[in-house]
Design a binder for this molecule. Structure first.
Ligand code: GLN
Length: 536
């Protein structure tokens, strides 16, 4: 049976609980322990798939096709854990299970109640990924004090009762703000948050204090006294520019050793050399490269968190800093692309939904194709690149996707599943990992150095097979196909330094120590373009 670490958060949201949990996972893994991480979200949506990305941030997709919270992305990037449906639970998903059981009469006439029925279902979920792991790290979403969070915290409390203190550990992340006017750090929010937690019956074992500076021994002493947490376990979670530094800041304060001791695990040596080297490389790039990201942002970048990470990983692989210019696609509809994109060494059109900004994205792609600027299209970006080619190279002027114009005479992308009559259980998207065979000698094969890959999908529309031969004859290279459904997965252009679009989302599989091959190739090509531009 594994040991359980519960990570809760206080004071306010967005303190970086997911990254703190992932960092703990990374450190324990560096000692050779087998770990995994789970996220529990107290909201009532069954999964974040239908939630507005501008409110909830990115929807992260797992191999088994679950649409999950973006924190699972941090778990996979910081550790070697492979997340699945069973790694992300919401109150909605828990209640859905209970209500189904109730309808099936499984409660044998009993009154169905939050305690014990909801809490039992939550506890079952805590065990859902135990397998052969030594430690399961469970992040409880939301902030202590939220009404929705109570059943999750109650289930957490019960875990200590049934498994004992040597098998459970409570970590609480709070805020210690620096108040400029008085020039001092304030511990009161932390005191209140811990008081709230203790009222529920949870005494934290470790406090992580999010703050902008290392806490002095006096402040830590004060927090220790008021929260009843030993001084050594009051840890500074200092603001950093680079999230990958966080495990190192924790390690500096021996957080991993404290956890291992508290859980009664045999001490081992930690191995952080590769991680440290990676962070050093990230902090000291030898040069930079400018990438224009042409999308729909409304000022918020959280919906592209994996993408940004994947670009950073690829930059690190080349020892470069990647400067991202977030370009609003709609601006490219009224202004000339040259004015907005002239600084770009590479242009990337990421995934997205809906017609707004599509023509701007297509203008950006024309600009990249004609001027031979490295281009990378992901999901929607690949669809736009194919449409651009169909319109301007293959001469199908009204080419489109039925998502943007249902009445187009040239349906280059369409809802393949509907037309094929594939029966749908639930959603209508192609989700999760699919096999893709690569064409020998293609940019894709050169990037991956292999001929078969698995990548994750999240989209409704597919390349229309009726246009495959026409577009190929016009010069489009189809370099990746799914053999099971005969679907086009990757397109490329000849006579161009690097122009590639993929129907899947490679960003979900990029890690700082294993940058994704396509991102790495794209950044390499963009940098080569930059050098050539600067030399001419
Ligand atoms: N909107 C497109 C589709 O549904 C692309 C989706 C995406 O980029 N994830 O197919």
């Amino acid at each position: 049976m594994p040991k359980f670490i519960f990570v809760t958060g206080g004071v306010l949201s967005a303190l970086g609980k997911g990254i703190a949990a992932a960092s703990i996972g990374m450190l324990l893994e560096s000692h050779g322990y087998k770990i995994t991480l789970q996220k529990f979200d107290p909201y009532l949506n069954v999964d974040p798939g239908t939630m507005n990305p501008f409110q909830h941030g990115e929807v992260y997709v797992t191999d088994d096709g679950a649409e999950t919270d973006l924190d699972l992305g941090h778990y996979e990037r910081f550790t070697s854990t492979k997340t699945t449906k069973a790694h992300n639970w919401t109150a909605g998903k828990i209640y859905e299970l209970i209500l189904r059981k109730e309808r099936e009469g499984q409660f044998l006439g009993k009154t169905v109640q939050v305690i014990p029925h909801v809490t039992d279902e939550i506890k079952n979920a805590f065990y859902a990924v135990s397998n052969d792991n030594d430690i399961v790290i469970i992040e409880i979403g939301g902030t202590v004090g939220d009404i929705e969070g109570l059943p999750f915290l109650e289930a957490t409390r019960q875990m200590r009762l049934s498994l004992g203190p040597e098998n459970t550990l409570f970590v609480h992340l709070t805020l210690v703000p620096f108040i400029k006017t008085s020039g001092e750090l304030k511990t009161k929010p932390t005191q209140h948050s811990v008081k709230e937690l203790r009222a529920i019956g949870i005494q934290p074992d470790i406090i992580l204090c999010r703050t902008d500076r290392f806490l002095s021994p006096e402040i830590r002493q004060k927090i220790s006294l008021f929260t009843n947490v030993p001084l050594e376990a009051v840890i500074t979670a200092k603001d950093v520019d680079n999230i990958y530094e966080i495990p190192l800041i924790f390690a500096q304060q021996q957080l991993d050793k404290i956890i291992i001791k508290r859980l009664g695990l045999p001490p081992r040596r930690r191995h952080l050399r590769r991680w440290k080297e990676m962070v050093e490389r990230m902090k000291h790039p030898r040069d930079e490269v400018n990438i224009a990201l042409v999308g729909k942002y409304a000022g918020l970048h959280d919906s592209y968190i994996s993408l940004k990470q994947a670009l950073d990983h690829a930059g690190t692989a080349h020892h470069l800093k990647v400067n991202i210019a977030w370009v609003e696609a709609e601006e490219l509809e009224c202004n000339s692309p040259e004015c907005i994109l002239k600084e770009a060494d590479g242009i990337l059109v990421p995934g997205g939904f809906g017609v707004r900004g599509i023509e701007g994205k297509i203008n950006a792609i024309t600009y990249a194709r004609v001027n031979k600027i490295p281009f990378f299209g992901i999901c929607l970006g690949m669809q736009c690149a194919t449409i651009e080619f169909a319109r301007h190279v293959a001469g199908l002027k009204e080419a489109n996707s039925t998502e943007f114009n249902p009445r187009t005479p040239h349906k280059i992308f369409f809802k393949w599943r509907e037309l094929k009559g594939v029966k749908q259980l639930g959603g209508t998207m192609r989700l999760g990992a699919y096999l893709c065979h690569l064409k020998k000698g293609s940019l894709a094969e050169k990037a991956y150095h292999r001929l078969a890959i698995w990548e994750r999908h999240r989209h409704r529309y597919e390349f229309n097979p009726a246009y495959e031969s026409l577009l190929s004859k016009a010069g489009l290279i189809i370099s990746g196909k799914n053999p099971d459904h005969d679907l086009v997965e990757i397109i490329e252009l000849p006579d161009h330094p690097w122009f590639l679009g993929c129907q899947f989302h490679p960003e979900f599989k990029s890690k700082p120590l294993q940058p994704h091959p396509l991102f790495k190739a794209f950044i390499g090509a963009s940098y080569a373009y930059r050098c050539q531009k600067n030399n001419s």
